[in-house]
Design a binder for this molecule. Structure first.
Ligand code: GLU
Length: 460
C-alpha cells in the first residue's frame, strides 16, 4: 500500500471529484430523503483519503453501488382493530448489501417510518455489521404503525399481517430481522410464530432477539446497552477516565437505554436522567433502575410515573431539555437526531467529557462538529451500538448449532467484540491520517471490509 504522504495531488483530486460526483448523483436521485442523505454525507466525508490511496474502488464504482440498496420492498399491511375496523399501514424491508452475509437488521414500528429512515438505517447497518467482524450483511425494515395505545391482540394481528407479506423475502440464509424501536420480544414472538406457520416448519435462525426460553440468545436483550458502555469505557480508558464516579445522562428508557444505565451503574457511574417520548426525569440521587424496569419493561407505563415512587425527582415535558443538565458522559439512546447543535452547545458549556451514541445517528451533523471542535470524546453509533447486532449474530450461530451459550460466554464474547471494534476504529483512523478520530475510523474500517468483498464478488 502506498503511504498517505506519497499520494499525488492528482490522486487526491481524483478522489475528491469522485466523492463529490457520486454525492451529487445520489442527492439528485434521492432528493427528498433527508436522513438517508445525512447518513451518506457523513460517510462520504470520511472516505476521501481511502479513494486517493485506492483508485481501484473508483473504477469498481464501489460508492455508486454501495449507496443504492440491493432492493427495497414495500407492501400493504392491512389489519383489523378490536372494534372490527380495518386499517392499512405501509411495511418496508430494505435489503441493502449482502456481500458479507445474509441481510441483517432490525424491524421498527413507529409512525415516523418512511423510505428515507429505512434507507439510512439499512445503510448504517451495513457498516455497523461489517465492524462486528461477523458474517452479516445490512438490512432494515419496519412499518409506520404506532404501537402506542394498541391492545395486545391488535399488536398480534398487525405483526402477523406484516409477516404474512415479509415472509416471502426473508430466511435464515437470506435475510434475518430482529427488533428495534417498537419491536421487542413480544412482537418478535408473533412474527417468528407466523413465519413458521406459513413455512410449515421451525426455522430457528430466521429471526434474532427471540425469547431465550424459546430459541433466543441469553444476553441479547442487554447487548446493545452493555456494548455501548463497554465501547465508551475503552475510549475513556485511553484518556485515564472511567464511568466510575461519573455523572451520566442516558436518553430513552427502552431496551438500549435501560441496559446502558445498568452497565454504567455497575461500573460505578451515577445516572441522573432518562426519558421517554413524553418527557424526561431528573433524579439527582441517581435513577432507581428497578423502578424504570417496573414502569417500562413490565407495565408499559409513562416515565412521569417514576415520581409516584420517587417524589424527590423532577419531571419535564420537554425531552430536548434533558441535555441542559450538567453531566460528564451523555449517552443518547432514544432516536435519530435527538441532539442538535443547540443541545451540543449546552453539553459542551457544561463540560461534558464524552458522548456515546447508543441510538442510531442520534447526533446531527452540526452537533458532531461542535463535539469534535471542543475535543469531546465521541463514540459514533455504528461502532458504539454494534453490540446488539453482534449478539444477534451469536444467536444465529447458536441456532445453527442447536445449542445455547451461557450468559457469561455471550458477555465475554461481546466484550471482546467491542474491544476489537474500538481497536479497528483507532487503527483505521491512524492509518488514514486522522489519529484518534473514531468517527472517521469507524467509517473507514466498516467501509474497507465491505468494499473488498464487493470487489472480490464482481460487478453486481
Ligand atoms: N436494531 C438493532 C440495530 O440497530 C439490532 C439489529 C439486529 O440485531 O439485527 O443494530
Amino acid at each position: 500500500m502506498t503511504n498517505l504522504n506519497d499520494v499525488t495531488k492528482d490522486a487526491k483530486k481524483l478522489a475528491n471529484d469522485y466523492v463529490h460526483e457520486v454525492y451529487e448523483l445520489i442527492k439528485k436521485r434521492n432528493s427528498d430523503e433527508t436522513e438517508f442523505l445525512q447518513a451518506t454525507r457523513e460517510i462520504f466525508d470520511s472516505l476521501r483519503p481511502v479513494f486517493s490511496l485506492h483508485p481501484e474502488y473508483i473504477s469498481n464504482g464501489i460508492l455508486e453501488r454501495l449507496t443504492e440498496p440491493d432492493r427495497i420492498i414495500t407492501f400493504r399491511v392491512a389489519w383489523e382493530d378490536d372494534q372490527g375496523k380495518v386499517h392499512v399501514n405501509r411495511g418496508y424491508r430494505v435489503q441493502f448489501n449482502s456481500d458479507l452475509g445474509p441481510y441483517k437488521g432490525g424491524i421498527r414500528f413507529h409512525p415516523s417510518v418512511n423510505t428515507s429512515i429505512m434507507k439510512f438505517l439499512a445503510f448504517e447497518q451495513t457498516f455497523k455489521n461489517s465492524l462486528t467482524g461477523q458474517p452479516i450483511g445490512g438490512g432494515k425494515g419496519g412499518a409506520d404503525f404506532d404501537p402506542k395505545g394498541k391492545s395486545e391482540r391488535e399488536i398480534m394481528r398487525f405483526a402477523q399481517s406484516f409477516m404474512t407479506e415479509l415472509s416471502k423475502y426473508i430466511g435464515s440464509d437470506v435475510d434475518v430481522p430482529a427488533g428495534d424501536i417498537g419491536v421487542g420480544r413480544r412482537e418478535i414472538g408473533y412474527m417468528f410464530g407466523q413465519y413458521n406457520r406459513l413455512k410449515g416448519g421451525y426455522e430457528a435462525g430466521v429471526f434474532t432477539g427471540k425469547d431465550p426460553n424459546h430459541g433466543g440468545s441469553l444476553g441479547r436483550k442487554e447487548a446493545t446497552g452493555y456494548g455501548t458502555v463497554y465501547f465508551v469505557e475503552e475510549m475513556l480508558k485511553e484518556k485515564g477516565l472511567s464511568f466510575a464516579g461519573s455523572k451520566v445522562i442516558v436518553s430513552g428508557s427502552g431496551n438500549v437505554s435501560t441496559y446502558a444505565m445498568e452497565k454504567a451503574m455497575q461500573l460505578g457511574a451515577k445516572v441522573i436522567a432518562c426519558s421517554d417520548s413524553s418527557g424526561y426525569i431528573y433524579d439527582e440521587n441517581g435513577i432507581n433502575l428497578k423502578t424504570i424496569k417496573y414502569l417500562k419493561e413490565e407495565n408499559n407505563l409513562r416515565i412521569r410515573d417514576y415520581l409516584k415512587e420517587h417524589p424527590e425527582a423532577e419531571f419535564n415535558e420537554d425531552c430536548s431539555k434533558i441535555w441542559s443538565i450538567p453531566c460528564d458522559i451523555a449517552l443518547p439512546c432514544a432516536t435519530q437526531n435527538e441532539i442538535d447543535e443547540k443541545a451540543a452547545r449546552l453539553l459542551v458549556a457544561n463540560s461534558v467529557k464524552a458522548i456515546g451514541e447508543g441510538a442510531n445517528m442520534p447526533c446531527t451533523k452540526e452537533a458532531v462538529v461542535r463535539f469534535v471542535e471542543n475535543e469531546v470524546l465521541f463514540a459514533p453509533a455504528k461502532a458504539a451500538n454494534a453490540g446488539g447486532v453482534a449478539v444477534s449474530a451469536m444467536e444465529m450461530s447458536q441456532n445453527s448449532m442447536r445449542l445455547s451459550w451461557t450468559e457469561e460466554e455471550v458477555d465475554e464474547k461481546l466484550q471482546q467484540i467491542m474491544k476489537n471494534i474500538y481497536i479497528s476504529c483507532l487503527n483505521a483512523a491512524r492509518d488514514y491520517g486522522r489519529p484518534g478520530n473514531l468517527i472517521i475510523g469507524a467509517n473507514i474500517a466498516g467501509f474497507l471490509k465491505v468494499a473488498n468483498a464487493m470487489v472480490a464478488h464482481g460487478v453486481r
